[in-house]
Design a protein around this ligand. Structure first.
Ligand code: FE2
Length: 291
């Protein structure tokens, strides 16, 4: 028995590479986080920023704004947000794909949702008592235009030696087959890392480097859908292949995702996400750490 999880839950996580914990976050906490995210969207100036989050793995790359979001709060548009003339097809609040990547250290509402004894206990029970809160994303998956996120392993984007990255994905709204819920490959974390996302020499972007070209499992046959209610926490092993479909429904699919690595692992400088001394990383128990 762990501090928070049962032995069975811990065994399930190590067997499957993911763990679903319904009712982890209180409804009031989800409502507060959603309201704060909507405030950020409302205050965002769409004319000053045209960064699009490209969800297609083949064309995905990082630009300067993406790199800068490691230490900021940046809004990224859905790929289908603009018409042929470059005009937003709907309100800016319904055009943003996600907000990233340092809300947990810059925004008090996100901070109190993230740094909780319960979450620190879950991480510890799964083998990471020294979890560093590396990045956060508030993912809107907008009605009708919410983009697909192609099958990937999170360790591609946040590499450490040994690989320790773990995703904590919170459903802020119900996630269903219709609005693009997560899909995962049970046991798929027991395979190799296929590629890594490496900063370029100019340090103004990042691109993929293939490590193993064997294909990732494909939906729907090799992946199972994780339809969950608001408040559910899904923990994802960093090598677990996972995917989410486009949202063509009339409902948004808001989710909040946090990625942690172990403080004791080596975190290479070629990772796209780098903090600076002004914004040190903190463990889930809030102890500040400089890498
Ligand atoms: Fe992911």
């Amino acid at each position: 028995m762990g501090a928070f999880l049962t032995d069975q839950q811990i065994a399930d996580y190590h067997r499957d590479g993911f763990l679903v914990l319904p009712d982890f976050a209180k409804p009031s906490a989800c409502v507060a986080l959603k309201a704060q995210a909507e405030k950020i969207l409302h205050n965002f100036d769409p004319d000053a920023n045209r960064s699009v989050f490209t969800t297609n793995e083949q064309s995905r790359h990082a630009d300067q704004q993406f790199i800068d979001s490691a230490t900021g709060i940046i809004c990224f548009f859905e790929e289908e947000a603009f018409d042929d003339t470059g005009t937003l097809k709907q309100s800016k609040e319904l055009s943003i794909n996600k907000i990233g990547h340092a809300m947990h250290d810059l925004d008090p509402v996100f901070e109190s949702f993230t740094y909780t004894p319960e979450l620190a206990a879950v991480a510890s029970d799964l083998g990471m008592p020294d979890a560093l809160a590396l990045q956060t994303m508030y993912i809107c998956k907008q009605p009708r235009i919410g983009g697909e996120v192609s099958c990937h392993q999170d360790a591609t984007f946040l590499y450490s030696d040994p690989i320790t990255v773990t995703g904590f994905w919170f459903a802020i709204e119900d996630a269903t087959l219709e609005n693009g819920c997560l899909w995962a490959a049970p046991g798929g974390h027991k395979t190799t890392l296929r590629k890594k996302f490496v900063r370029n020499e100019a340090n103004d972007g990042a691109t993929f480097e293939v490590l193993d070209d064997s294909p990732l499992p494909a939906a729907p046959t090799e992946l199972v859908p994780l339809e969950v209610k608001a408040g559910t926490l899904v923990v994802l092993h960093g090598l677990l292949p996972h995917w989410s479909d486009v949202n063509r429904s009339e409902k948004s699919r808001h989710a909040y995702s946090l990625h942690c690595i172990s403080e004791s692992a080596e975190y290479p400088e070629w990772n796209w996400l780098q903090r600076n001394s002004e914004l040190p990383l903190r463990r889930l128990d809030k102890v500040a750490v400089s890498l």
